[in-house]
Design a protein around this ligand. Structure first.
Ligand code: BG6
Length: 299
């Protein structure tokens, strides 16, 4: 059964549907163990803060909040392609999901967490796009002392389909120059800044320049340890690719929705299925990518 949009009057006490930046609708969650904001535009999570802790998700102060653009920071959903579309150069980078208006279909309090579900389905616009298939996407964000993100795609078409996806998480760090990402030691990666050459990590990922790496066939846990000593652990299910990105100085300056000095305060560690790890679904089949974040040391 296709879930219907939820009546705002039926929301639990910890969830409110309000007007956010740029007049865009935002779901605000204030649960006992954590708080969060989730825009319907792109199903874009823009904040998560465990109660008593510091914000874990980074959002650019220069972000635009308009239906024409993806929000800069937070957790953009890349779907159904990652990066540039391989066949249509005019198609938007990272797919149409982060530019689409999702609908709120469920919100519930469970134990110490609050779970909010948004839905997107194919439309005349998506059927006219570079990925014209019929689909349903359900995205459940569970906010507590940890954060869980689960993206389920169902193939509603009569043919098999394949797609790429990434939960493009921007994490706040104290200083990128004192930050390391663990869990990718010895992993081969595609260096997007060196003609897609294949290289291999020799230790934790450290940052001294623009960094843009895709790791395929990697599903082990990772962690971000920042300059303050805080550790954010990232574990996943049904996610076989990782992307690590920081724009550094010149690329940050070239982006109109990214503050010139903000590159020091963020790192993207994305949980994905891209390139050879793209998902293939027969008609009626579903796939769920899940990522869970926990603050395991406060710093
Ligand atoms: C990363 C890519 O996932 O997203 C980078 O690996 C890209 O190449 C970055 O620059 C930001 O993309 P966008 O489209 O949000 O500017």
């Amino acid at each position: 059964m296709i879930p219907a949009p939820i009546d705002p009057a039926a929301l639990p006490a910890s969830v409110r549907l309000e007007t956010g930046d740029g007049g865009l609708p935002v779901v605000r969650v204030a649960g006992p163990a954590g708080s969060a904001e989730l825009y319907l535009h792109g199903a874009h999570l823009t904040s998560w803060t465990p109660t008593g802790g510091r914000p874990v998700i980074w959002l650019s102060a220069a972000s635009l909040f308009t239906e024409a653009k993806a929000i800069r920071g937070g957790v953009p959903i890349c779907f159904p392609w990652f990066g540039a579309n391989p066949t249509d150069p005019a198609a938007p980078a990272h797919g149409f999901a982060r530019l689409a208006e999702w609908e709120l279909v469920d919100a519930r309090e469970e134990h110490d967490g609050v779970a909010v579900t948004l839905r997107l389905a194919d439309s005349p616009a998506t059927r006219a796009s570079a990925w014209p298939h019929r689909f349903e996407a359900l995205y459940t964000v569970t906010v507590g002392a940890g954060l869980s993100l689960a993206l389920t795609i169902t193939n509603r078409d009569t043919d098999a389909v394949s797609y790429e996806e990434a939960l493009h998480t921007y994490l706040a760090v104290d200083d990128i120059r004192d930050t390391e990402v663990t869990g990718l030691e010895s992993a081969p990666f595609i260096n997007q800044l060196a003609a897609m050459s294949i290289e291999t990590e020799t230790g934790p990922v450290r940052f001294a320049a623009e960094t843009d790496r895709i790791y395929l066939d990697h599903n082990a846990a990772t962690a971000v340890v920042d300059g303050s000593g805080r550790t954010v652990s990232i574990s996943t299910d049904e996610s076989n690719s990782r992307i690590v990105w920081n724009p550094w100085i010149a690329k940050a300056a070239s982006m109109g929705d990214f503050g010139d000095d903000e590159w020091t305060r963020m790192v993207c560690v994305e949980s994905a299925n891209v390139r050879e790890n793209r998902v293939r679904l027969n008609p009626g089949q579903s796939h769920t990518l899940t990522v869970v974040f926990d603050v395991t040391a406060q710093g």
